[in-house]
Write a protein that binds this ligand. Structure first.
Ligand code: HEM
Length: 398
């Protein structure tokens, strides 16, 4: 028995998990006491698990006391191949680098407007002013959701992600379940009328593409369509908001790197890659063993869970030289922030571009920015994310 007491719910650990991660990498694998759940921490081990979908599944059967979930369509994230590939194939084309480049001018326009509005105020919560509205506006436009509904989306999305992952290390509670069901119902009603509308009046948006696929019946059921839209909404917003926020915070914690970036803005893309590695928005990726299997010289039983700690793998000295150093010009940055293998993030091109554009807008339009509080910033409710829900800043115009 090791003395490693790794509790990822613990607030102290969540504020600074990196000492625990280093110990985790030394030990390689950890069993959470009393639970059929394991954690792994090394870059190579995380890749091995994420690549092996035949053994480590992303399909999680509904808990026995939630029979209502039985038979419900799954989204692509919660589906193994080949069903996964069919769902992903329907939307892949909407997120290619080429399509993203086409959207770039619009992203720049929105980011500049938001930064200018923030500058006019001087002191703002950067989450409200920039890191949240940019991704939500863009994904709403890609999907084809009316912009005026984005406040409702924020509300739905916030509530759904609050409890993300909470059932993994503790029993899921009925109250949360019922609340999430109600949100899904509201989303279902909302999207059915939009889908109807697109069938009658097709447009150049993702919703039209999906509505037509649904019409063909064999390609997409309405339940699957709804799951797809919820996934895009939730997966894309919180994470990109977090990436932009973590970029600002990490640069403020490393003033020499911030000064270097101001001198050499060409480094913005590699700076964003380094933030993805150093302050990964998604900290772990869960899988379920489908068979008894040997992992890190340890026997894992069929049905047990494996949490792959992306946040720990991204600080692995065996993969990254000076892994604890934040270096905006790092080369060969093979971080796992967007996952690895079959479920590699669909929105990585979009997220990267949005974060680069947001950071450029901030650097170009401000002379300086600084935190406007000495208090510890509030952590996101879900332990899946390394994210702060409010970032008060003072901005000075260039
Ligand atoms: C910085 C921002 C983002 C981060 C850190 C992130 C992270 C991730 C990670 C770690 C996975 C893999 C999950 C797994 O293996 O189980 C994933 C999958 C996914 N992400 Fe992202 N994501 C980001 C932005 C986005 C955006 C903007 C979208 C919107 C289109 C998106 C849509 C998805 C989807 C649909 C999947 C599932 C893909 C599949 O199952 O094949 N993500 N993301």
């Amino acid at each position: 028995m090791s003395d490693f007491a790794f509790n990822p719910f613990d607030l102290e650990t969540r504020r600074d998990p990196y000492t625990q991660y280093a110990r985790g990498r030394e030990l390689r694998i950890h069993r959470h006491p009393g639970l059929p759940v394991w954690s792994i921490f090394r870059h190579g081990d995380v890749q091995d698990v994420l690549r092996d979908w035949r053994t480590f599944s992303n399909e999680f059967p509904p808990p026995a006391d939630f029979p209502e979930l039985e038979g419900r369509p799954r989204n692509m994230l919660g589906t193994d191949p080949p069903a996964h590939d069919r769902l992903r194939g329907l939307v892949n084309q909407a997120f290619t680098p080429k399509i993203m480049r086409r959207l770039e001018p619009r992203m720049v326009e929105v980011a500049n407007e938001l930064v200018d509005a923030a500058l006019a105020m001087g002191s703002v919560d950067l989450v409200q002013a920039l890191t949240y509205p940019l991704p939500v506006t863009i994904i709403a436009e890609i999907i084809g959701v009316p912009t005026e509904d984005s406040a409702r989306f924020k509300d739905w999305s916030d509530k759904l992600v609050e409890t993300l992952g909470s059932g993994l290390l503790a029993a899921p509670d009925r109250e949360t379940f019922l609340r999430n069901e109600k949100i899904l119902e509201e989303l279902g009603d909302y999207f059915s009328s939009l889908v109807e509308l697109r069938r009658r009046e097709p447009r150049e948006d993702l919703l039209t593409g999906l509505a037509l696929a649904e019409l063909e019946g064999s390609r997409l059921s309405f339940g699957e369509l709804l799951q797809m839209l919820v996934l895009l909404l939730v997966a894309g917003n919180e994470t990109t908001t977090t990436l932009i926020g973590n970029s600002v915070l990490t640069l403020l914690e490393h003033p020499a790197e911030l000064a270097r970036l101001r001198r050499d803005p060409e480094l913005v893309p590699s700076a964003i890659e380094e933030v993805l590695r150093y302050a990964s928005p998604v900290q772990f990726d869960p899988r379920r063993a489908l068979a008894d299997v040997e992992l890190c010289d340890t026997r894992i039983a069929a049905g047990e869970m494996v949490l792959s700690w992306i946040g720990a793998a991204n600080r692995d000295e065996a993969e990254f030289r000076d892994a604890e150093r934040f270096d905006i010009a790092r080369k060969d940055n093979r971080h796992l922030a967007f996952g690895f293998g079959t479920h590699y993030c669909l929105g990585s091109n979009l997220a990267r571009l949005e974060a680069q554009i947001a950071l450029r807008a901030l650097l170009e339009r401000t002379q300086s920015f600084e935190l406007a509080t000495r208090e510890a910033l509030p952590l996101h409710k879900s332990f899946v994310f390394r994210s702060f829900t409010s970032i008060p800043v003072k901005l000075v115009a260039a």
